[in-house]
Design a protein around this ligand. Sequence first.
Ligand code: PHE
Ligand code: NA
Length: 436
Amino acid sequence: MAERETWTSRAGFIFAAVGSAVGLGNIWSFPFQTAANGGAAFLVVYLAAVFLIGFPTMLIEFVIGRRGEQNPVAAFKKLGYEQWSFTGGIGVFSSFVTLAFYSVVGGWVLSYIVGSVTGAYFGDPGAYFGAVSAGPTAIAAHAVFMAITIGIVAFGVTDGIERATKFMIPAIIVLLVGLAVWATTLDGAAAGYSYYLSPDFSTLAKNFGSIVPAAMGQAFFTLSLGFSVMIAYASYLGRDDSLPADGSAIVVINTIVALLAGFVVFPILFATGGAGGAGGGPGTAFVALAGAFGALPAGQIIGLAFFVVLLFAALSSSISLLEVPVAYVSENYGYGRSTTAVAMGTVIFVVGLLPALGTNYLTLYNDVVFKFLLPIAVLLLALFVGWAADREAMDELGRGSSFGESFTTVWLWWVRTVVPIAVVVTLYLGVKAIYT
Ligand code: PHE
Ligand code: NA
């Protein structure tokens, strides 16, 4: 069997992992979720979820991945705990299902890039969304998006994923910063910022039971945790990068990109009439933003730049979602990487036909992953590392790191207690919110 690939450098790994993290979640969901749930008040809860629960959980996946040096299912076996392999398997399944609808949304983004160039959404943004979000156009765009994803993954870990993200991530950051600076000049900027971030503690207090699980789910989703993605990516790591240092960099960059997106989106919306119902469902943000681009003087260029950012964000994430099942199937059954990428991508395309036919399926796929599979996977990961696995395996965290032995001790204690409790409370509140 061919030797396993590794990232060419530490930066290569960080770009790939940031690429996975930075996605539609940052740019498409986060700003609207923040605005709707109490602005800066929500941000406090979200940041706590990201740094106190997400960051330690990312280190769990890193430790398993680098120690295991295998795909996310085989990693558990390599560590000596084959009976826990299903934990990695849940992540493989979640990646599979998520890519099926993520690619559909990626297809919408492609249609909006086309629409920016042709001006097709300028007249009637609602009708345009209706035309491209479901039916033949959506299916065709979903196929194109999936084909690009397959193409990158087929090239491999370094020539495909690393190279693509090294290009896309800097482009995302440069374009977003440019858009955010430009947005300060808009008439609605002040109103937009205040809508985005004004702390509203009463909303937070009133909806605490639904906001906490939402913030936690978003924290896992945005950091690509519970999908086995970070297990897979860390399995291509050299032996002596510092996991805590790389993890911190990834979490911080991901958070900055999410915050930046709000500084782009809301001034634009408020320059042309406010946020309206932009937070109200899978399509409302597209309709509202497209409407705003249609009304702004330089809207066509700005819209194009914005949707290119969204495309790169979506693609750098979708390749990580495809990598997980591809790594598993190709390593487990010994098939070639590119053959597996084409076959797996095609199957996922077919599974994505339902969400391409109607956004209610998209919501269904999303809910199953978000509300159940992710928290369950994270809970199992924490129980595995915290309680089942050998302490010796955790030395992985200290390797090449200046964080020291005491960091590992505190982290392990945190993973044994706080993380599982937080996830169980999240699951409980989430399920309760469905049935009440
Ligand atoms: N982190 C991505 C986002 O915020 C979603 C994602 C999850 C991508 C898991 C890949 C893997 O959009
Ligand atoms: Na993200």
